[in-house]
Ligand binder design. Structure first.
Ligand code: FES
Length: 107
């Protein structure tokens, strides 16, 4: 199982071994990552699962789909070139070691 780490704006890190096939929003909520809410349950309707991928991982994660790209314009805080909605990232062994930044939470 890949180890995924979420790093908050204050530098706090939470890591979890994630079962392959699980989306990273659900994994973050299960791990209690602050700032990841997943209000829509992964239906691409809330943008409360915003994360920022490291630049050198962007290609491995793939590009956002059309609907994800549109929802990324709705995120609180700043959208970056490597912003993703974590409900659209599916855990797989190749993602072992991924560290995702969680932008400052508004709530
Ligand atoms: S959980 Fe709502 S868009 Fe990702």
């Amino acid at each position: 199982m890949p180890l995924i780490t979420w790093r908050g704006a204050d530098g706090t890190e939470i890591g979890a071994q994630v079962v392959p096939g699980t989306n990273l929003m659900k994994a973050a909520v299960a791990a209690g990552v602050p700032g990841i809410h997943g209000d829509c349950g992964g239906a691409l309707a809330c943008a409360t699962c915003h994360v920022v991928a490291p630049g050198d991982w962007a290609d491995r994660l793939g590009r956002p789909g059309v609907m994800e790209d549109e929802m990324l314009d709705m995120v609180e805080g700043e959208r970056t070139p490597t912003s993703r909605l974590s409900c659209q990232i599916i855990a797989e062994d190749d993602l072992d070691g991924l560290v995702l930044a969680v932008p400052e939470a508004a709530r």
